[in-house]
Design a protein around this ligand. Structure first.
Ligand code: NAD
Length: 453
């Protein structure tokens, strides 16, 4: 397993958990970069501690089980994986700003695959899981593998290459989202596709979650980017409807629930505080990058690009609302509840709370951020883990759907304090909002014109 981040750690655990006739199906070696963080991750796994916070107990259980079985270890020495029959690539691939717009530097992924190709024995399978601009495996990674094979004096095609993307959802169902979920895959050759299918069938519960084979790695790569672009675009779409509902006194969530009964609309999205995380914020832009840089095409992707732009601006809609309700932000004290990008996770990459906090501080507000799972993030305002006393705050902002906030005794916690209560992410129940309003707080809830006071 190359790359032990949010995805690679979960996948390594799922592979180590696989059983053939009651015995571990695989010996798993996780490989990280020889950096300080890479060594920390490897040490953590080797000493039985998860390298990432997880609200899903199955992650630690799987790690404990692998320690008992002795079939999972981690290292920063790639040489350790020379005997592997399957190598899974789950390294990061970041989006950058370029002169012509967003771009992707493929050199790290190229180097990762070259490193593997220089170590693996003929006949081994490389499964790339990293989300890539569609068209990366065939014209970029296959030539890398072939050139390393030539340098080693091995015949072309001595290593197989397949692509299969993850749909992992860090959160309460983290582990099951790897093992008990549908997977899409493709091979560069029919043999590679067969080998990938055989591998995934031993790791994933394919009896309940059948695999989908598509006809090329480019199709599989496009599948991942399309899935996430679709999700990002439908979330962005709901933002304008949430604002319309707020303006005309309607509860958009009540309406969405009624619409979702209709099977064709059962997965309708809802407005929220914003879209963060590593994937939905970058993946929709991988299509324009691929079109321009890999295929030399001049194609427009207005929905995908607009979705990323609107989603990134969403936290500022909440900030503007508070600004207007407080009559300015300068010198105001705001308490933000939640720093991560999603409930039940500690991941703060591209977190809407960070965008909100930076903008609020820039407008003169003093911000305290609470998160039960996050102790540090990229901003100078470090999140606190103990829920602060709300006394002295002008506004409290429920930003992330963490269990701790869902279970809050709102009036008990508020005590004598009467801040503006902002539900920016549909965290609070109708009754809680009305209680707060009844007790004298001004309340505002995203998408809910019926409770604004
Ligand atoms: N986070 C998610 O929820 C999610 C979901 C589905 C798919 N993905 C995709 O999975 C991929 C990985 O995402 P992530 O969230 O795990 O990223 P991450 O940054 O948490 O982890 C990537 C890890 O790879 C390591 N790495 C980089 N180059 C390496 C190399 N040459 N050798 C060994 N290790 C190397 C990094 O040190 C890092 O720890 C991305 O393409 C992402 O888009 C992520």
């Amino acid at each position: 397993m190359q790359g032990l981040g949010y995805v690679g750690t979960a996948m390594a655990l799922a592979i180590a958990d696989a059983r053939d006739g009651g015995e571990p199906a695989f010996d798993v070696i996780g490989v990280e970069l020889p950096t300080e963080r890479g060594r920390e991750i490897a040490d953590s796994i080797n000493s039985g501690r998860l390298p990432i916070e997880s609200a899903d107990p199955k992650m630690q259980e799987a790690l404990d089980k692998s320690h008992e079985a002795g079939n999972l270890s981690a290292t920063t020495d790639l040489g350790a994986c020379g005997s592997a029959s399957v190598a899974v690539v789950s390294v990061n691939l970041d989006l950058q700003s370029g002169e012509l717009g967003p771009t992707v530097d493929l050199s790290g992924l190229r180097a990762a695959v070259r490193d593997l190709a220089s170590k693996l024995q003929p006949g081994a399978l490389i499964v790339v899981e990293t989300t890539v601009p569609p068209g990366t495996c065939k014209p970029v990674l296959v030539p890398e593998v072939e050139s390393v094979l030539a340098e080693r004096g091995l015949p072309a095609g001595s290593l197989m290459l397949a692509y299969s993307y993850e749909r992992v959802m860090p959160g309460p169902d983290y582990f099951d989202s790897v093992r008990s979920y549908w997977r899409v895959y493709a091979g560069e050759t029919p043999e590679a596709a067969d080998a990938c299918e055989a591998f995934l069938s031993r790791v994933v519960d394919v009896a309940s979650f059948p695999l989908s084979r598509v006809s090329s790695t480019t199709a599989a790569e496009l599948g991942k980017v399309l899935e996430n672009s679709y999700r990002a675009a439908t979330i962005a779409f709901m933002e304008e409807w949430g604002r319309f509902a707020e303006a005309i006194g309607v509860d958009v969530f009540e309406v969405i629930e009624a619409i979702r009964v209709r099977p064709t609309h059962s997965n309708m999205r809802q407005p929220g505080f914003g879209v963060g995380g590593y994937c939905l914020t970058k993946d929709p832009l991988f299509a324009p990058v691929a079109a321009r840089e890999l295929f030399g095409l001049s194609l427009d992707f207005p929905f995908s690009e607009e979705a990323v732009r609107i989603n990134a601006l969403m936290p500022l809609v909440t900030l503007d609302q508070i600004d207007q309700m407080l009559g300015g932000l300068d010198g105001r004290r705001l308490l933000v509840l939640g720093a991560s990008y999603r409930g039940g996770v500690a991941d703060t990459r591209q977190s809407p709370s960070a965008a909100f906090t930076s903008a609020a501080v820039a407008r003169g507000a003093e911000v305290v951020v609470h998160d039960p799972l996050v102790a540090e993030w990229e901003l100078p305002v470090a999140p606190v883990q103990e829920l602060p006393d709300p006394t002295g705050f002008d506004a409290v902002v429920f930003a992330v759907v963490h269990d701790e906030y869902l279970a809050i005794d709102l009036l008990g916690w508020l005590g004598e304090a009467r801040p503006l209560v902002i539900d920016a992410n549909h965290v609070l129940l109708d009754g809680q909002l009305r209680e707060a309003a009844g007790a004298g707080c001004r309340v505002w809830s995203i998408g809910r014109g019926d409770v604004a006071a």
